[in-house]
Design a protein around this ligand. Sequence first.
Ligand code: SF4
Length: 232
Amino acid sequence: MPPPRPTAKPTIEKAPEPERRRAARVYKRLQQRYPDAHCALIHRNPFELLVATILSAQCTDTLVNKVTPGLFAALPTPQQMADADPAVIEQHVSKVNFWRNKAKNLHAMANMLVEEFDGEVPQTMEELTRLPGAARKTANVVLGNAFNINHGVVVDTHVGRLSRRFGFTEHDDPKKIERDLMALFPRKNWCMLSHLLIYHGRQVCKARHALCADDAICRAYCSHAKEQMMGQ
Ligand code: SF4
C-alpha cells in the first residue's frame, strides 16, 4: 500500500474580523463551561472510532456505546470483521437503527480496509469517504478525534441547531454550516468546537425545552434568549 497522503487543507476564506472575534468569545465561554468536552463514542483506536461513528448515524451515542463493547470483543480488528459472517455483525448491532444496512456497511468497510489499506484506517478525507457507510461527517470525526487532524468541522443536529441560534450561520445544509464555521473559527479549534456545541446542545439548548433565559452564555450570545428576556 502506498504511504498515506497528507490530507489536503483547502483554503478557507475567513469571515470578517468582528464576527471571528465574537465567535472566539463564544468559544472561550463554552470551553470554560465544558473543560472536559470530548468525543462521546467510546473507542480505543481509530478502527473502533470508525465503526462506532458509522453505527451512530441517526442513533444516540449512548445506544452505540451499549453495543460496541460486545462487537469489539468479538471482532476487534479489520481482518476479523472482514472474515466474519455478516450475520455475526448483525447480531451485535441489532439494537441500533438501520442495523441491517449498517452491519452490511461495516463488513464491506472492513474488507476495503484489508484489501486497499493494509488493514489500517486511512488518514485523508478522500480515502475515508470511499469507505462504505462513511460520509464527510464520519470522516471528520475520525480525522479529528483519532488522528488529531482538523480537516473540517463535524456538523450533527446539535452543531447545526446551535450554530444557527448563536448566529454563526443561517443555513440548514450541513455542508454550508460547516463552511461558515470553518470561516469563523481557527483550524486548530474545529474538532473541539463541535464537542463544545454538542455539550451545550445536550445540556442547555435542547431541541425541546431549551433553557434559554436561564443560561449566561445564551443570554449573552443567542438572540432567542434575548427575545425571551424582553418578553418577560
Ligand atoms: S438561548 Fe435558547 S435557543 Fe439560544 S442557544 Fe441558548 S438554549 Fe439555545
